[in-house]
Each structure stands twice: as structure tokens, then as C-alpha cells.
Design a binder for this molecule. Structure first.
Ligand SMILES: [Zn+2]
Length: 310
């Protein structure tokens, strides 16, 4: 734990999903312990850092333009890489809520997803904890961005989205219940989060980018994510694995590292060519994986769709 940066820490104890206080340590990372709950088997940072520590972490400007190990090297440069994901996810939301309506992006960062949603006809609202990111989103979209759910009325939204947010929440169940209340009856919640079932999380946990305390606090696989949504009172939960990232032979991984980095940061030159090259590389990796470790889960991300009961 970073005592210098987070003085007077007052850690809370217990599992952030089920409340049990029987964590079994499984990994040390960044000076934090990641533990498995003996009761519900979710992985989580133990103990969960205090609100004061987390507030300080997210108000630090380096979070969105600092070392990738904690936040993002340059969130603004990633826009190009994010837009296709956002369009695909919006298509999933639209398929379930064909009438459209009001959409909330919880943890909206600089507002890129909201911008795409509005261009597709949604009435948009955003919540963002980082003041700097909220200011950027508000400037770009010309709408106020709330710092919490407190100011938003119950039953107001047709759809609520959380992209790579739930793993940051120290009390995900309480927060998910508040989000459920903000949905109209029958409204949809869709979220994404890193998949701890991924082969690298299992076989090379030290190198897996998803284990990133204190930014990431709770770590889900398909089962524990479905369990969390059910505990928070959601119905008709569907979990989908996306973003296949098969292991690559070392020579191929090293050869294509600049390509992958350029695409993930949005800085790749000749974008369509780079994208095609990376897709071809992934296909090769898939073949390699099928031969070497046919049982491995190669999907880096989980996406969940769930509904507030009508
Ligand atoms: Zn638990």
C-alpha cells in the first residue's frame, strides 16, 4: 500500500460482493494483496482501500495521462481505438431497447461514448468522478456531467452503460443497486470488465494488465459477474466474452508489439493497414493457441447485459 501517497488510510474489510471476511491471498501486485473470497470466490483487493485514498487516486491528473500500469498513457489518443468498440456496444443496446430514449454512461471519462450515442439519437447523461475528465466531457458535449448518481432521478433511464468501470468500484453491489433504481422498469444495464478467466490471468497473473490495484479493485469471471448482477437485483443476465487475445509465439509477439501498442493507443499510422495486420496476427495466434493450449480462454473482456425487472 502506498502510504506516502495515501496517508491516513482507513481500509475497510470484507468481500466487496458478499461481505464475508474470509479472503485467501492469491497474488501481490503494486504493493497490494489480491485475495479470493472463500465464500463467493470473487477476486478482490484486500483490504479495499478507503474512499479518501481512491478519491486522491482519481483526482490525480496523471491518471489519464500517466503510466499505463495505473491509468492510461493518453486517453485522448485512444479515441480512435475506442469508437469501433462503442459503436458495436451501442448496437447491442439498441437491439434490446429498439425505441432508444435516455442513456446514462456511468464513468463516462471524456465523453467519447456519449458523443457516439447522441449521434445515434440517444438522449444522453453522464457521471464521472474525475473532475478533469468531467470537465472535458462537459466542454465537448455542452451538457453538465454529474460527479455522482445523487442528483439523478430514479426510474429515469432506458439504458445505463459502464465501460470498464465496475472493477474500479469499492462497493460494486451497492452501486449497481443504485444504478438499477435509476433505470425505468424493464430498462437495460450493459457493462464491460476484464475477464479473469483469460489465459494470461490464469497462467501469467503478474503480467496481466487486468490486475491493476488500486485502480482495479474487484476482478470478475463469467460466474462471479453473473452472481454480482443477480445479487444487485438484475434479471435476465447474459454474459458474453469478447476481444479474443490468443497467446502468440514469442517471436511473433515481439515482432508485432509496436503494432499492437500503436492500435491500442490510437497512434498507429496507416490505420486500416495496421488493423488488418493485427487481425492477421491474431488469427495466427489463435491457430498457435489451438495447438498448444486448446483449453485456454482467449477472451480478454466480459460484456454483460441485464435488466431491471418490469
Ligand atoms: Zn465474497
Amino acid at each position: 500500500m502506498d502510504e506516502e501517497r495515501f496517508p491516513n488510510a482507513a481500509p475497510e474489510f470484507g468481500c466487496p460482493i458478499c461481505g464475508h471476511s474470509t479472503p485467501v491471498p492469491v497474488l501481490a501486485k503494486n504493493g497490494y494483496t489480491i485475495a479470493c473470497c472463500a465464500a463467493c470466490s470473487v477476486l478482490h483487493v484486500s483490504p479495499i482501500p478507503s474512499n479518501e485514498m481512491l478519491q486522491a487516486h482519481y483526482q490525480d491528473p496523471s491518471y489519464f495521462s500517466g503510466p499505463e500500469e495505473q491509468g492510461y498513457q493518453s486517453y485522448s489518443a485512444m479515441r480512435k481505438a475506442l469508437i469501433p468498440h462503442f459503436k458495436r456496444r451501442l448496437a447491442v443496446v439498441r437491439s434490446q431497447v429498439p425505441t432508444g430514449g435516455r442513456l446514462l454512461d456511468f464513468g463516462c471519462a471524456a465523453g467519447y461514448f456519449l458523443d457516439v450515442a447522441r449521434s445515434e439519437g440517444w438522449q444522453i447523461a453522464g457521471v464521472e468522478l474525475s473532475q478533469e475528465m468531467a470537465r472535458r466531457a462537459s466542454d465537448m458535449l455542452s451538457i453538465p456531467i454529474a460527479s455522482s448518481l445523487d442528483s439523478l432521478p430514479d426510474g429515469d433511464f432506458d439504458a445505463i452503460c459502464l465501460w470498464e468501470v465496475i472493477e474500479h468500484l469499492p462497493r460494486p453491489i451497492a452501486e449497481l443497486r443504485l444504478l438499477r433504481d435509476r433505470l425505468r422498469p424493464g430498462g437495460l444495464l450493459m457493462l464491460s470488465t476484464p475477464n479473469t478467466g483469460h489465459w494470461q490471468a490464469k497462467r501469467q497473473p503478474d503480467g496481466w494488465i487486468g490486475y491493476r490495484p488500486p485502480s482495479h479493485l474487484v476482478f470478475f469471471d463469467e460466474r462471479t459477474l453473473a452472481d454480482a448482477l443477480a445479487r444487485a437485483g438484475f434479471d435476465r443476465v447474459t454474459i458474453t466474452r469478447v476481444s479474443p487475445l490468443p497467446p502468440l509465439p514469442n517471436w511473433l509477439r515481439d515482432l508485432t508489439a509496436p503494432l499492437q501498442r500503436g492500435l491500442s493507443t490510437g497512434q498507429a499510422r496507416a490505420w486500416p493497414v495496421a488493423l488488418m495486420a493485427w487481425r492477421a496476427t491474431r488469427l495466427l495466434g489463435w491457430g498457435w493457441q489451438m495447438l498448444r493450449h486448446p483449453g485456454d480462454d482467449i477472451f480478454a473482456t466480459l460484456e454483460a447485459v441485464a435488466f431491471r425487472s418490469a
